[in-house]
Design a protein. Structure first.
Lengths: 198, 542
């Protein structure tokens, strides 16, 4: 205990010095102005991020949720018969995928444009990443953890879903097909279908 | 300058660094060629991924670590004007690092460690790769210890005096490296090595990625600080002027040290194992650490402007033309800034939290770091080599204006390489693919950019070989330089340094701040893996 007060005093002394620091520095007036400009720039960027995050709810994926990647096939959310596109009772669309060397399964899926889609993805083996080019549908797929992404695809069309994390010698070949259909086509063609793309 | 054996020590470090760099450039050229799909018979994922892994390790770990150690000893001895403390220990560190490099290089070149320089469990490499990489880092800890001891001994012998700026900044780098390397060391020692040896069956990949992210951001400052020391401490004098500021330079290095560390989660924005809240906090920290770089840009450009005006440059931009464009150190600084501005812009996109989704793991990312690291940082390593080579070898640079050609071609090659690389990323091309086999119309748009990258790679390889040629030829055949010009002379500052506050003359307090920030930003994110039941992964081949 005898050392504690001296360490505390030392830190308190340092803190006092820290407060006094700005006054002791030799700063050119131009440099002082530039620091305010730089801080202003940084402030604009940070505020833009905070605005889109809290007012527009644009976030990256990220909720720590564990699963056993070695037992996906034995049952539960990521069992083979549960994969694919499902329209929930409330009308929202959920896509469940397994990422495994070398594809995202099921390999071809169809989803509606212009509405929020939630993807649930798990890896059955190693590290993978999934990205639909030119969109913000992106997440890492880490063995042992479930990935969740929610996004909206405004434009109908055919998109590749590419694996964007090195996963082995077949990595170049790891991709699946995503078809985004317009709302009218989705409603007329798929109202009775629970899932597609098996 | 000091004795011959000291110079041999420095030259040994620099030759290992630049030799690794030359080999890595050859591999880099092969990679752009293979990736383009232009030449059928070199298509091979096996060779490609072994090559990418080796290229990354040689550039990111071997070039950097050996250059930083060697240049660091030189800066310590010449700025403090004392002999190197404990040269035997320095040689031991060199030996451990070199042995580790060879041990890691063998499995890498044999394709037994194609796990990329970021390790990426649960794909598993030969245990010798992990052991070699560990020894490379352990050797660098000898260096860090020597730097800290020399810093403290000098302060004790010169009470109340201000530690010279080059040594202050370099010691900040040694302290930074000790903090930085702890993350990856924990991953390798407690997870990867026992797992590769079969002592444990599984590793928690989420924990491994979190520990690696601890290292992954500040390591770039470990690479960058010596480059900034060139800008602050060598460039102003070479330009014929003085350093515009002094106190703020120290603040910039302290900010890099303190805020560079607790922000690694911008590498994990797209990962599931960490929450949004911590990602956002790390993201804001990432923007704050732009401040010291913006300050550096201002201070160094102001120093150049003053030198240009003293040399007769008039008008708003006349001073630019009056700069010493034919001085390699000044030219490298100018080119470094041009690449830093472009690369910094890209970095802001990467750092932008949710927007990162658009570019994460696309070709944009290697485009970005080749511009910032391969461009800005490495061109300043060239500048440092050109500045110190005559002092180390006692011979002048033998090749006249070849050094200028080398720097310009490096710059032009890097622009030709990295511009299409960024565009490919925006067009959705993933990084780390060895060929394009997706049956999708999108990929047709990629072809012309891949061809342009081959040109960039070829120009860069030519420039790299020219660099090695200049160093080798000067050392062998250069004209002897006079003893008087064999001292390294650092830039003086304007106004001259008088006394700086104690906080800007040591690191004790800042280490406490770092500890607090690391606990706040990494404490719970690491602890969560032990508080919840997690599921590890067995090892996988590739």
């Amino acid at each position: 205990m005898s050392n504690d007060p001296s360490l505390k005093d030392k830190l308190a002394e340092d803190a006092r010095e820290l407060m006094a620091l700005p006054g002791e520095l030799h700063i050119d007036p131009l440099e002082r102005k530039w620091i305010f400009v730089a801080l202003g720039l940084i402030g604009v960027f940070v505020l833009a991020i905070l605005y889109t995050a809290f007012a527009k709810h644009v976030h990256p994926p990220g909720e720590m949720e564990t699963l056993d990647s070695a037992r996906l096939h034995l049952g539960g959310e990521f069992a083979e018969d549960k994969l694919g596109v499902v329209t929930q009772p409330d009308g929202s669309v959920k896509v469940t995928l397994v990422a495994a060397r070398y594809g995202f399964y099921p390999r071809e899926i169809k989803i509606p444009a212009g509405q929020s889609i939630t993807f649930r993805i798990a890896s059955a083996d190693v590290l993978h990443g999934i990205h639909v080019p030119m969109t913000n549908m992106s997440t890492m797929v880490v063995p042992g953890y479930a990935s969740t992404v929610t996004t909206t695809f405004p434009k109908p069309g055919e998109y590749p879903m590419l694996c964007n994390e090195y996963c082995g010698m077949g990595h170049d070949h790891m991709w699946s097909k995503l078809t985004v259909v317009s709302q009218e086509n989705w409603r007329s063609g798929l109202t009775n279908t629970q899932s597609t793309g098996r | 300058m000091a004795d011959k054996s000291f110079k041999t020590l420095i030259l040994a470090h620099l030759w290992v660094a630049f030799g690794a760099f030359g080999l890595a450039c050859v591999l880099g050229f092969y990679q752009v060629l293979e990736r383009s799909g232009l030449i059928d018979f070199i298509e091979s994922p096996g060779v490609y991924f072994a090559s990418v892994s080796t290229h990354g390790v040689l550039m990111g770990f071997v070039l950097t670590t050996f250059f930083i150690m060697g240049f660091g000893y030189l800066v310590a001895a010449t700025s403090l004007k004392t002999p190197l403390w404990n040269p035997k220990l320095a040689w031991t560190g060199f030996g451990v690092s070199a042995f580790g490099t060879v041990m890691a290089a063998i499995p890498l070149l044999l394709g037994k460690a194609s796990v990329l320089y970021t390790f990426y469990p649960p794909v598993q490499a030969s245990v010798f790769f992990y052991l070699g990489a560990t020894l490379l880092v352990v050797g660098s800890w000898f260096w860090a210890a020597i730097m800290v001891v020399m810093f403290n001994q000098w302060k004790k012998a010169h009470p109340g005096e201000t530690v010279p700026l080059p040594m202050f900044a370099y010691t900040a780098n040694a302290v930074l490296w000790l903090w930085t390397s702890a993350g990856v060391a924990l991953e390798v020692v407690f997870q990867l090595i026992p797992w590769a040896l079969g002592w444990i069956d599984t590793v928690d990949v989420g924990l491994a990625r979190t520990l690696f992210s601890w290292t992954l951001h500040p390591i770039v400052y470990f690479w960058l600080i010596p480059a900034y020391i060139v800008l602050y401490c060598l460039v102003p004098r070479e330009a014929g002027g003085k350093l515009f500021s002094h106190d703020l330079a120290r603040i910039a290095f302290i900010l890099l040290l303190v805020f560079g560390l607790p922000i690694g989660f911008h590498h994990l924005y797209m990962d599931p194992e960490q929450g949004k809240g911590f990602k956002m906090i790390h993201g804001i920290g990432t923007f704050l650490v732009a401040l010291p770089t913006l300050m550096t840009g201002f201070t160094v450009i102001a120093s150049l402007e003053k030198a240009g005006r003293d040399a007769g440059g008039k008008g708003l931009f006349g001073w630019v033309g009056a700069l010493r464009w034919r001085n390699p150190v000044v030219l490298a600084a100018i080119l470094a800034f041009l690449m830093l501005i472009a690369g910094g812009f890209g970095g802001i996109v990467n750092a932008s939290y949710a927007m990162n989704a658009m570019v994460h793991n696309t070709a944009w990312v290697p485009g970005h770091f080749h511009l910032i690291f391969g461009g800005t940082t490495v061109i300043l390593y060239f500048a440092a080599a050109y500045a110190v080579w005559p002092k180390l070898t006692g011979k002048s640079l033998a090749t006249g204006s070849l050094a200028l050609v080398q720097l310009w071609t490096w710059f032009i090659g890097m622009i030709i390489l990295s511009t299409p690389w960024h565009i490919l990323g925006l067009l959705g091309q993933p990084r780390r693919i060895s060929s394009v086999v997706y049956n999708s119309l999108l990929t047709l748009a990629w072809d012309p950019y891949e061809l342009a990258m081959i040109v960039g790679g070829a120009v860069l390889l030519g420039s790299a070989l020219l660099f090695l040629h200049i160093l080798a030829k000067s050392q062998k055949r250069g004209e002897p330089v006079e003893e008087a010009s064999a001292e390294i002379r650092y830039a003086e500052s304007e106004p001259p340094v008088t006394r700086v506050p104690a906080l800007l003359n040591g690191f004790g307090f800042w280490n406490v701040v770092i500890l607090a920030l690391m606990l706040a930003n990494f404490g719970y994110p690491i602890a969560q893996f032990f508080l919840t039941k997690t599921f590890g992964s067995i090892g996988w081949g590739y």
